[in-house]
Design a protein around this ligand. Structure first.
Ligand code: UDP
Length: 334
């Protein structure tokens, strides 16, 4: 396949480029570099299966040649970034998503939207299944990302239902690994960089809020599985729905066009993450408490039964192993 990746120079976009090229596909990476970085893809430059275009996908997009699939990953994704760039975040979620869907429709390409666990907001159920509608405050500072992605999901489903575009939606939970920016503000990168520099680890609030962390390699493997499935038939054949639904569940959606959570269900408090980073880095940094950001979700953990049953996917990398690799990466780059 020849695949366009928007946000192709970002943390996840660049890992996806690597995996898809390794599988024999051709990748066109597009990125306006507001949070993406050329360093993430410099090792691919010169590879005949890879090309890079610096472009803002909120404008009309043209791609020369064959186009079989689009992975729509362009967006600021760290809270620090989307709070600093609220309008760019809303625009890429709305206008950018509209542009890539128009391109997919015109070229008969399959489109996969990178959505997020943020569509569940500050969830009132834990873990979060795909059937949960979420608890989002549209006018909070965080709402710019949550609502952009919720709109993007709605627009994607509308292009699927109204225009018959072959779409996929993945809801990505917290992910970490090499190529995160050292100062992107997310908890793993912050704690590792702080620990390596001997600076205090900044816990926001009392550190009792939870997150569940997936290593980047696991995540891009799941996304690739979802992208490459060819028909609802092969999708349905993978599952035994009787065992998939329990009494208390809402019936889960039936096709590969409905959202799929991808994440690691091992849930830790932020305090536990800080302790683990201190242990694995051998740092004697202190802990410093800072105010909790507005509407910071109190819990987050993916229900991954759908991904397991429909894709045969589950994470394989233990948090300790993934963190060791991530620490190694940050040692090299900071
Ligand atoms: N957090 C923290 N210290 C930091 C950065 C983040 O305690 O230096 C907390 C943040 O308040 C949230 C969790 O860690 O509860 C995860 O934050 P992150 O920005 O990584 O992503 P989120 O899951 O909030 O999108």
């Amino acid at each position: 396949m020849r695949i366009l990746i928007t946000g192709g120079a970002g943390f996840l976009g660049s890992h996806l480029s690597d995996l898809l090229i390794a599988k024999g596909h051709e990748v066109v990476a597009m990125d306006n570099l507001i949070t993406g970085r050329v360093e993430n893809i410099s090792h691919l430059m010169g590879n005949p299966k890879f090309s890079f275009v610096r472009y803002n996908i909120c404008d009309y997009i043209h791609v020369d040649g064959q186009l079989d699939a689009i992975l729509h990953f362009a967006s600021p994704a760290s809270p620090q970034d989307y709070l600093e760039m609220p309008i760019a975040t809303l625009k890429v979620g709305a206008l950018g998503t509209h542009k890539v869907l128009g391109l997919a429709k015109a070229r008969g390409a399959r489109l996969l939207l990178a959505s997020t666990s943020e569509v569940y907001g500050d969830p009132l159920v834990n873990p979060q299944p795909e059937s949960y509608w979420g608890n989002v405050n549209p006018i909070s500072p965080r709402g710019v990302y949550d609502e952009a992605k919720r709109f993007a999901e709605a627009m994607t489903m509308a292009y699927h239902r109204y225009h018959g575009v072959d779409t996929r939606i993945v809801r990505i939970f917290n992910t970490y690994g090499p190529r995160m920016r050292p100062h992107d503000g997310r908890v793993v990168s912050n704690f590792v960089v702080q620990a390596l520099k001997g600076k205090p680890l900044t816990i926001f609030g009392d550190g009792s809020q939870t997150r569940s962390f997936c290593y980047a390699d696991d995540l891009v493997r799941g996304i690739t599985e979802l992208l490459l499935i060819d028909s609802d038939k092969s999708f349905a054949e993978r599952t035994n729905r009787a065992s998939f639904l329990t009494k208390s569940d809402q019936p889960l959606s039936e096709t590969m066009h409905d959202p799929v959570n991808i994440g690691n269900p091992r849930e830790l408090t932020v305090k536990q993450i800080a302790d683990l980073v201190l242990k694995l880095t051998g740092s004697n940094s202190k802990i410093e408490h800072k105010p909790l950001p507005v509407d910071d979700p109190k819990v987050r953990r993916p229900d991954i039964r759908r991904a397991k049953q429909l894709l045969g996917w589950e994470p394989k990398v233990e948090l300790e192993d993934g963190l060791r690799k991530t620490i190694e990466y940050f040692r090299q780059v900071i």
